[in-house]
Design a protein around this ligand. Sequence first.
Ligand SMILES: [Zn+2]
Length: 187
Amino acid sequence: MSTPAHRPAEHPVRPHLAVRDGGTVTDRLVEANHRYADAFSDPGMDARPVLRVAVVACMDARLDLHAALGLELGDCHTIRNAGGVVTDDVIRSLTISQRALGTRSVMLVHHTGCGLESLTEDFRHEIEDEVGQRPAWAVESFRDVDQDVRQSMQRVRTSPFLLHVDDVRGFVFDVTTGLLREIDPAA
Ligand SMILES: [Zn+2]
């Protein structure tokens, strides 16, 4: 039986990540923001991304997009969700990104070991059983990450709302090596 002091072996406490006594994780983030703002100076940018690119990626915590892609503040739009799936809402963001804020390229980044690979659409039915209402959204789980990237590229390329679909490329990020592997859309 677990006690409040019990911590699972697979989640050892790392002292540098421990939440301060008496504070929540959000308190800790707000405190970090104060330090960030102390060192911050207004870069004088407008909202249009410097590199005119939108990156759609999974929300996975192991994927530091700016570091992994050499991006700096102001360079790109970053659109993230579970799986980096091109949903209607991602198309909404891309449409605004291109039509109102000048981006021209789309980069899709999925990754190895994604949580969506261990789910199925049964997830929705289990939620329905629990709460009495089935979510309107699809889980968008997948078995083959390469194929999932191809489907995402296809959804972007065939969207009637986007102005720029010539430069749409998809990749799988390896969370163990940090390397991107490009996916051939035609394979
Ligand atoms: Zn993922």
